[in-house]
Design a protein around this ligand. Structure first.
Ligand code: 5AD
Ligand code: SF4
Length: 444
């Protein structure tokens, strides 16, 4: 029996989808990329902005026909929109078989078990082989929920308050992912650097993960500026595995807006922090999230955001149009006109894209260390995606290899490059890969 997963939203949702996928695989199901082959269709939804929720719901609507096409097909809807609108979903789409809200993801296994035991046919369960994930870049969830209450944000309502995984559980998952082929670990949490469990804090967790054999790269998303302490910065700078790239959501460049959003830092504090980070990790890329058109945002406030982008020269960023989320404090404020939000969105995008393109163009002609994730695709430590020119049939490098790549083109967001064969030797060499020099090891 096969299952298909469609994921909307953030990396946290991607990680949740992977986790649910692992439970299904443990039950003998096989993942497919073709919904026509699947008996289970899982839609993992997002509700952070209305647009994300609308897209998921229209897909769920279309699934009625998918379900009718073959006997025994089942539809599972999970995630943040499922948490927010559970009853509505079941009323509007009575053909759904299971709805699991974001707060209940950790109970997914028994729920799926019950769903599967309701099978009408036996199908081909006996032939299913549990697939082994071979993701080079893996996500590990270290905490769920959020204790902040940014006034625009629905996340604390749909994901609840912070719950932290124990250090042992996290390290166990990291080891599992490495055993499945991971070389890069991205630690996930809504305010990931607020991690605490017993004596352990985020910096200690970074050190512990770096201590796991086989972990070559570490990233984390999304940190909150408030918890970006000197101890965290020093630890990042001191650990060779921690990548020189930081996604640090700022949301606005105006102190009035930051206050209205309840972000708990000022523009000046954010700038000081960004500069400190760049000094501690030279060559680091800095990216961010920005919301334009928050209620009450004046032209002056908005220009403060533009000037912050200019001043800090972000390497890239995600610009979101403010979207009212029912039940959040900001939903009681008067919204700006939609055309104004659209116009500011365009202006902000143009500025961010111009800076990002300039930064990328400076990489042309440089040689970067790229970790190959799949086929001809990999990433630099600074988190640029790189597409290798060459033949997909005869790849010059395997997933998991680090190779030196000469960047030849940066006209799109994914850089293009070719393997620098003069420069490939030591990054590409791993003792365990060398059949000639370690025959004993090979036999074990
Ligand atoms: N409207 C627009 N953007 C939002 N975000 C969160 N809530 C909203 C909202 N109501 C953005 C923030 C956050 C990112 C994940 O989504 O920028 O960092
Ligand atoms: Fe939402 Fe703010 Fe929590 Fe991020 S820190 S999830 S923006 S409430």
């Amino acid at each position: 029996m096969k299952f298909y997963v469609r994921t909307y939203g953030c990396q946290m949702n991607v990680a949740d989808s992977n986790e649910m996928g692992r439970h299904l695989k443990a039950k003998g199901l096989v993942e497919t990329e073709d919904p026509d082959e699947a008996s289970i269709f899982l839609v993992n939804t997002c509700t952070v902005r209305q647009h994300a929720e609308d897209r998921a719901f229209s897909e769920i609507g279309r699934l009625k026909r998918w379900k009718q096409k073959a006997a025994g097909r089942k539809i599972v809807v999970t995630g943040c929109a499922a948490e927010r609108t559970k009853d509505y979903l079941q009323d509007r789409f009575p053909f759904l078989d299971l709805v699991v809200g974001a707060k209940s993801i950790e109970d997914f296994a028994p729920m799926a078990e019950r769903l599967l035991s309701r099978r009408e046919t036996d199908e081909d369960l006996d032939y299913a082989v549990p697939a082994i994930g071979e993701k080079v870049a893996a996500f590990v969830t270290i905490m769920r929920g959020c204790n902040y209450s940014c006034t625009y944000c629905i996340v604390p309502y749909v994901r609840g308050r912070e719950i932290y995984h124990s250090l042992d559980q996290i390290l166990g998952e990291v080891r599992d992912r490495v055993a499945e082929g991971a070389r890069e670990i991205t630690l996930l949490g809504q305010t990931v650097n607020s991690y605490r469990h017993g004596q352990h804090r985020f910096a200690g967790l970074l050190e512990a993960v770096a201590g796991v054999d086989g972990v070559e790269r570490i990233r984390f998303i999304s940190p909150h500026p408030f918890y970006m302490t000197d101890r965290v910065i020093d630890t990042m700078a001191g650990l060779p595995q921690v990548c020189e790239s930081l996604h640090l959501p700022v949301q606005s460049g105006s102190n009035a807006m930051l206050k209205a959003m309840k972000r708990n830092y000022t523009r000046e504090e954010y700038i000081t922090l960004a500069e400190k980070m760049r000094r501690a990790m030279p060559g680091m890329t800095l990216s961010t999230d920005i919301i334009v058109g928050f209620p009450g945002e004046t032209e002056e406030d908005f220009e403060q955001t533009l000037s912050l982008i200019e001043e800090l020269q972000f390497d890239w960023g995600f610009i979101f149009k403010y979207s009212t989320r029912e039940g959040t404090p900001a939903a009681n404020l008067e919204s700006l006109a939609q055309e104004l939000i659209e116009e500011r969105h365009q202006r902000c995008l143009e500025l961010m894209d111009r800076i990002a393109a300039l930064k990328r163009s400076r990489l042309v002609g440089t040689t970067q260390t790229v970790l190959i994730e799949e086929g001809l695709f990999g990433r630099t430590r600074t988190n640029y995606k790189v597409h290798l020119q060459g033949n997909i049939e005869i790849p010059a490098a395997e997933p998991g290899d680090e190779v030196r790549v000469l960047i030849t083109n940066a006209s799109r967001t994914t850089l293009e490059g070719e393997i620098d064969h003069d420069n490939v030797a030591f990054e590409n060499f791993r003792q365990e890969d060398c059949r000639a020099c370690a025959p004993e090891q090979q036999r074990q």
